[in-house]
Design a protein around this ligand. Structure first.
Ligand code: ZN
Length: 412
């Protein structure tokens, strides 16, 4: 800067002046080589300026420039005052965080060696660094690389420098699952869904199926079709048509044999604990599949020989005993749970009720993490997480160990 020391205001004025000078050139009057040069150089300037901007944004964020102004975060403040998009502003905040976390990365961006997009792709790698690994190695390797390559390089770097097993890696990635909605704009809200690959594929297949196949008479874009599928799926759930899948054709009602035959009038109980008057159960049973269920002291002994090994039948028995996810305090109903083998089938665990429990997807995944141990059996067990936390898992269904009920069950 010619040895001048200028303050921030003067520096910004100089930038204005330089920008005006560049803007004075009529693009159509430029030679092909000037045009090429202009396009590429300006892109580099844009990136460098983005980098400088990002560092200011990060500093402003930690200084709290946006606080007390009815904004929910830095990106919200920046986007509403500059009228840029929230996404753009959030991306600038991420770039600033990345540069703030790694001086090497900040230097590389400021020097024009790493683009803003590439630096942003390293956000997680530098803000949650691998212990005992030198990130400058990674930053060097992405000079001249695009964001996709940088993301791959960061993943490889993490793999090489950590002793994490594939299961641990999968667990770490799973932590990133999210559904995030931005602010309403023009009455619309952009929601970003981040899912593991497999679930994402299923998500797309499901909403694509519900949204309908594209056809000649269908003017919708693919994105609109998928959006319609998602909207319809949510509407179906709200109307009670989506029940979690497995119990759909079945309402499980357990009732004493005496009440069922009309000798007494003890109400039946559904898998969710709703009490259904005996006469209604009897009425429903006229069109129901009946299933004998023998249990002693709450221990389900038999579901009838012909269905003993049928998954669906065992699942219904699990619904009766577990009610829902077995983890105490978890409210996920049984229909949305997985039937899990306490001792894995591969490890010799049997497919019987002593060894089967209902767990919601979240707790199922927690249980299968490395370092997790399980004590007990299907009647009562505890899960000890790797960090020492104990999750109690008593049954919470209608038939519980120790409870005396007479056999007899109607499934309507
Ligand atoms: Zn759960």
């Amino acid at each position: 800067m010619f040895g001048m020391v200028v303050d921030m205001r003067e520096a910004l004025d100089l930038l204005d002046l330089a920008t005006d000078a560049v803007a004075m050139h009529d693009p159509h009057a430029l030679t092909l080589s000037d045009l090429r040069d202009g396009i590429l150089s300006l892109q580099q300037h844009i990136d460098r300026v983005k980098g400088i901007h990002a560092r200011l944004v990060a500093a402003g964020d930690s200084a709290g420039v946006w606080q007390g102004q009815a904004k929910r975060d830095m990106a919200d403040w920046l986007s509403s005052l500059t009228k840029t998009s929230y996404g753009d502003a959030a991306s600038r905040v991420r770039l600033g965080e990345a540069m703030g976390a790694s001086p090497e990365l900040a230097d590389a961006v400021t020097a024009g060696e790493v683009t803003a997009a590439t630096a942003e792709a390293l956000h997680d790698a530098v803000t949650q660094p691998v212990p005992n690994a030198d990130p400058s190695e990674l930053i060097d390797s992405v000079k001249g690389a695009g964001p996709t390559e940088a993301r791959k390089a960061a993943a490889t770097f993490r793999e090489v420098h950590t002793k994490e097993t594939p299961e641990e890696a999968a667990g770490r990635r799973y932590q990133k699952r999210s559904v995030r909605s931005g602010p309403a704009e023009d009455g619309m809200v952009a929601t970003t869904v981040t899912l593991p690959e497999l679930e994402s594929r299923q998500f797309h297949q499901v909403i694509s199926f519900i949204g309908g196949k594209p056809s000649e008479c269908d003017g919708r874009t693919t994105e609109q079709r998928l959006a319609d599928g998602l909207i319809q799926l949510c509407a179906a759930y709200a109307s009670g048509a989506v029940t979690g899948g497995r119990e759909r054709p079945t309402i499980l009602i357990t009732i004493d044999a005496d009440s069922f035959t009309g000798h007494t009038d003890e109400p039946g109980v559904t898998a969710y604990g709703d009490r259904i008057p005996a006469h209604i159960v009897r009425h429903m049973a006229e069109q129901a599949n009946l299933q004998r269920l023998l249990h002693v002291g709450g221990m389900i002994l038999d579901l009838g020989r012909e269905v003993r090994y049928a998954t669906e039948a065992q699942y219904r028995a699990l619904l009766a005993r577990d009610g829902g996810c077995r983890v105490e305090g978890c409210h996920i109903p049984g229909a949305w749970c997985d039937a899990d083998h306490l001792i894995a089938w591969e490890d010799g665990g049997s497919t019987d009720l002593q060894n089967l429990v209902l767990l919601c997807r979240h707790h199922h995944i927690e249980k299968h993490r490395p370092g997790v141990t399980v004590t007990g059996d299907g009647n009562d067990f505890t899960i000890r997480l790797a960090n020492g936390t104990i999750l109690r898992c008593p049954p919470r269904g209608i038939i519980q160990p120790g409870q005396q009920r007479r056999p007899g069950q109607a499934a309507a």
